[in-house]
Design a protein around this ligand. Sequence first.
Ligand SMILES: Cc1ncc(COP(=O)(O)O)c(C=O)c1O
Length: 499
Amino acid sequence: MVLSKTASESDVSVHSTFASRYVRASLPRFKMPENSIPKEAAYQIINDELMLDGNPRLNLASFVTTWMEPECDKLMMAAINKNYVDMDEYPVTTELQNRCVNMIAHLFNAPLGDSETAVGVGTVGSSEAIMLAGLAFKRKWQNKRKAEGKPYDKPNIVTGANVQVCWEKFARYFEVELKEVKLREGYYVMDPAKAVEMVDENTICVAAILGSTLNGEFEDVKLLNDLLLDKNKQTGWDTPIHVDAASGGFIAPFIYPELEWDFRLPLVKSINVSGHKYGLVYAGIGWVIWKTKDDLPDELIFHINYLGADQPTFTLNFSKGSSQVIAQYYQLIRLGYEGYKNIMENCRDNMLVLKEGLEKTGRFNIVSKDNGVPLVAFSLKDNSCHNEFEISEMLRKFGWIVPAYTMPPDAQHVTVLRVVIREDFSRTLAERLVLDIEKVLHELDTLPSRVAAKISAAEEIQKDGTTLVKKKSDLETQREITTIWRKFVRERKKTNGVC
Ligand SMILES: Cc1ncc(COP(=O)(O)O)c(C=O)c1O
């Protein structure tokens, strides 16, 4: 999305050296050029600009797949001109989507009889999936309240303060109050007991995350389910649970099959997962699955007639590409359970190599867990001279993209760096990254503290012409460092890239 801003004089043209064989004048940056240019020139200009993007394989900020097998790339390119929504014209693509929905529903232990098909849909990603799941909960709750003759204008949803921004979007776009359980230092996921305390008669659902975006930790869905069952029994409500398994949905079934987090739990009514994260497909695919057809109100479903048969759909957009659906089907049949398990185990092993390497430096606290999404989130034991933002900044020099960010309330004084381990992040790269982090630490140790200098300048208080320097506690200093860096990052309009 582009938000308007005033362009400076030097911003308004795109200059190109090579392409000047074809294009003698600079291209306007924000207005459509008057004339056509040769295809070679268009290619050259765009390709040259794109060289300045980061290398996706070294982008350790993202959970999203950056490598697939060439055979799958071929299938995707062959389907690039197929609009998924033309079900009459592309019935096989529709069939592949339906197969994916059913395979994923079985993976999540949906209670399906032998001849029953699953209820779910392919989306652009987990965000769209969450909007759809949220809408279903809202409509179900409203229908029930209307039938009981009770007010239905103040729905709320209970989550941890660690939820991904898509939950805030859902709340704002669809007018549902978001009630967030605050975090605390050392505990960075939703506390199930506190979440259940916050549930009231207007709560449409509690959303738990299987794999917190911030530190990869799995929330305790089983405990949440048990506590909420008790509360429902006491109050007569039937508050359900949604599991945001954007990352964990393609991890837990393979390497933690005993963990109860899915449709085995009675209150879990819907689950989303990103096909483009550990589903191992390039960006543009997510899934939402409902436990039974009763969990998706009928009035939200649109019926499209395809090949004389009824094809129910429930999505926010109409048109979309087919390639990602086909790629998801490829991964599911190519890898099978065995293949996904091997890849997830490999990611976990590489995560441990990185974690142990970082621990050996003696400079970091690890804030991620071994049994979650394979990532390492870590903060400096001592950030009084240099901090995590500086490390992130300096790692760019080596090509690594490692985000630094502050935790949400009430742990906002804690800053972490996060490295996501994907299939294409090898052990060699993990070892290389540790070496580069050591180099950065060494370099920082030899530099004067930029932060301390800023703080002491800000500390000087003029009083009766004299300068008074106030002494601060370590925690106060640490909080101030975080505030200064937040401001620094904001001023440079740099985003965290936590996705
Ligand atoms: C827990 C969680 N939920 C939802 C999302 C949004 O997912 P998507 O990018 O597939 O829309 C993310 C993205 O990182 C996430 O980590």
